[in-house]
Design a protein around this ligand. Sequence first.
Ligand code: NAP
Length: 335
Amino acid sequence: MPEFREMAKVTLFGSGNKGGAEFTPAKDIPPLAGKVVLITGAAGDLGRQTAIELAKYGRPSRIYVADLPRGDAEKKAVVERITREAYVQDEDAATPKTEVRFLDLDLTSFESVRACAVEFVAKEERLDILFLNAGIIRVAKGTTKEGYEVHFGLNYLGHALLAKLLIPTLEKTATNTSKPRVVVVSSEGHAMAPKGGIQFDNLKSECASMDYSQRYGQSKLALIHLTRHLSTQHPSLTTAAVHPGRILTGMADALKKESLLVKLTAPIAPFFCVPVSVGIVNHLWAATSPAVLSGSYYEPVGVPGKESALARDAALGRRLAEFTAEQIGGVELVG
Ligand SMILES: NC(=O)c1ccc[n+]([C@@H]2O[C@H](COP(=O)([O-])OP(=O)(O)OC[C@H]3O[C@@H](n4cnc5c(N)ncnc54)[C@H](OP(=O)(O)O)[C@@H]3O)[C@@H](O)[C@H]2O)c1
């Protein structure tokens, strides 16, 4: 029962997000004028608040909210909410405000990921910060359009493909003095991955023998390996993985429906969860701090080295990189 033990530990005692790094968005987010940011899952709680704080304090030229396709009115509402909350008290009316744009992205479909990247590169010459933030934890057993287990396919493989397609734009944005960032939102839940870490032989299935925590853990473990892989393959970029802490977001609501342990501990959850404004500090720190070491996993803010042994397993990382290249190698920006 080692997975159950890990799950109970994460549920009851998981780390919050008060780390070693002192980081105050108002003080520490540098000016981002002229820069372009893309955040997946930015209609959701952590992505949206990340966009708000970056727009408020850094004022990049544009922030792209890449999230599930929806009606025009709903997209407009997402964009307007970020803009409204970023500039509710506009203390710096002289500096241009960030333009927020919505991009359709369904990470469960290679075609949608490709279309999202195509649309982005048609609009932008540069990309300074890419957040691979979207994620699911709850869902019933299922597969993505290409037949991968849905947590692995969405949280990991869809993001690996998006990163691959946007790397040329990130690399051409790099200068001698400025490295574009890729912030990979993993989780302390990566420790709940099944024995061996990633069940390669089962990935093109629902992984029916695994519970949701193992399916989630496997996908989040893969994201830590992706972070290291991108860092070694693309030294002109700074790539970091983060655990955001434990936050009562849309994801937590979903989790309650699936996990008895989480349901039972719900009344005391506010005592060991942090608010969204604290939960996004690791995102913001990893995206902007000069102290970030490329290829590292941080849990909580600014604290490296808390990843599981499987997350450090170089042989597993190599096998995942080979597997990933086989699966997404054929998908290119120019079809
Ligand atoms: N909250 C926590 O305590 C916690 C802890 C550790 C790690 N994390 C990580 O933090 C990240 C953000 O989560 P959150 O807490 O902000 O949850 P959230 O509020 O549920 O946000 C997740 C976002 O991902 C979007 N999404 C879902 N399926 C998608 C798909 N197929 N394609 C593109 N986007 C999709 C969701 O869209 P819809 O809402 O329309 O479905 C939502 O906007 C996740 O990667 C999560 O694993 C969170």
